[in-house]
Design a binder for this molecule. Structure first.
Ligand code: TYM
Length: 377
């Protein structure tokens, strides 16, 4: 283990230390996304999506197999989700935007799971009422991303358990306590709800197969923190007679502070989708950058985009033009541009994005019920 990432921790509930993505590929046993794979994707999507071009989605399992199946005429379903523990931040939108792109290009159904049960079980202070409210609140953000209402099914674990339970117990029967303890780090003091919960998160991988009575491939776009669930689920899948779910993993959008992923537990370094634009602007002005302490040094020595959160935000989301991004990088390194200019530009773009997203979020209130999976399933 190298010194630099000695304290790297990446689990579904905690991400800390400097994340070494190459090492995660090795540790989790996933595959890097190669140029060849990108070329295969290009055949179906036309232009390669920004998040793939910039290797924000950097790793996968069985994506080549998903394409083999698709090319042989077998469509796949998409599955992603959210643990509603507070307001949505723009880091969460990273995998959701990419999922929408996949839905559009591959004309795929999407199962979107709201793990309100997980958040209820995890947080001693949360009531059921609170997590259900958050499910509805967060679903507005999901809908605002623009998913197709005809092909998108949002599942609240708490409200729609009937749709999940038969599959959940079939999964659970094949997973021992010792496996979930090893995979998720549960302890003797963990509540038994949490110990069962991984079976619930596995279910949407198979729901389409159960409903149609056919074996349907499933692709999960998510950040790599969710990977432990898929390792467990992939072991169980063949025992239930289903395909193993495939994954495509993204990196973490950083917070605006020094190091670490964007996390709601540090609200000042986190842009929530519901932040009033002027609040988001203030957060951007306080962001950690790769700039030098004085203007004179910056002009002379240049800045360091690789550690700059403002530059990362352009790269993840807010600068679609690759040439413009490159130019920004070169101008920063040469000292031609100073942090204030970049912050101003980013703040403008974030404010514009938020005001548009917030309008779509308002409109989502009228259609929210069209998106929830119903209990007949
Ligand atoms: P949650 O609510 O922690 O995260 C929701 C989604 O956002 C991703 N994510 C991020 N992506 C980029 N940058 C960040 N800073 C960042 N922070 C979080 C997560 O990987 C996730 O994709 N248990 C899950 C909910 C869930 C789920 C799923 C997620 C249920 N089924 C299937 C993905 C796929 C959770 O609490 O996610």
């Amino acid at each position: 283990m190298s010194e630099k990432n000695e304290d790297m921790i990446v689990t579904p509930w905690k991400v800390s230390g400097e994340v070494d993505y190459d090492r995660l590929i090795e540790q989790f046993g996933t595959q890097p996304i190669t140029e060849n794979l990108l070329e295969r994707i290009r055949k179906h999507t036309g232009e390669i999506h920004l998040q793939l071009r910039r290797r924000i989605f950097f790793s996968h399992r069985d994506l080549d197999w998903i394409l083999d199946m698709y090319e042989a005429g077998k469509k796949f379903v998409l599955y992603t989700g959210r643990g509603p523990s507070g307001p949505v931040h723009i880091g969460h939108l990273v995998p959701w935007f990419f999922t929408k792109h996949l839905q559009d290009k591959f004309d795929a159904k999407l199962y979107f799971q709201m793990t309100d049960d997980e958040k209820f079980l995890m947080h001693p202070e949360f009531t059921l009422g609170k997590v259900i409210d958050l499910t509805y609140d967060n679903a507005l953000d999901v809908i605002a991303v623009g998913f197709d209402p005809e092909k998108t099914f949002i599942i609240s674990d708490v409200n729609h358990i009937k749709a999940l339970y038969k599959l959940a117990i079939r999964v659970a029967k094949h997973v021992t306590f010792s496996t979930v303890r090893a995979v998720f780090g549960f302890e003797e003091s963990s509540n038994i709800g949490m110990i069962f919960f991984p079976a619930i998160q596995a279910v949407p991988c198979f729901i389409e197969s159960m409903l149609t009575g056919e074996n349907v491939p499933c692709l999960i776009p998510a950040a790599i923190d969710q990977d432990p669930y898929w390792r467990m689920t992939r072991d169980v899948a063949p025992k239930l007679g289903y395909y193993k779910p495939a994954q495509i993993h993204c990196k973490f959008m950083p917070g605006l502070g020094r190091g670490g992923k964007m996390s709601a537990s540090m609200p000042e370094t986190c842009i929530f989708t519901t932040d009033p634009p002027e609040v988001a602007e203030r957060k951007v002005w306080n962001a950690f950058t790769g700039g030098k302490p004085t203007l004179k040094e910056q002009r002379l020595e240049g800045g360091e985009p690789s550690i700059c959160t403002v530059f990362q935000y352009f790269s993840f989301f807010f600068e679609e033009d690759d040439k413009a991004l490159k130019e920004l990088e070169v101008r920063c390194r040469s000292g031609d541009i100073i942090c204030g200019e970049c912050k101003e530009k980013l703040a403008e773009r974030i404010k514009r994005f938020l005001s548009e997203h917030q309008k779509r979020r308002e409109k989502a209130k009228d259609v929210i019920n069209d998106f929830f999976i119903d209990d007949k399933v």
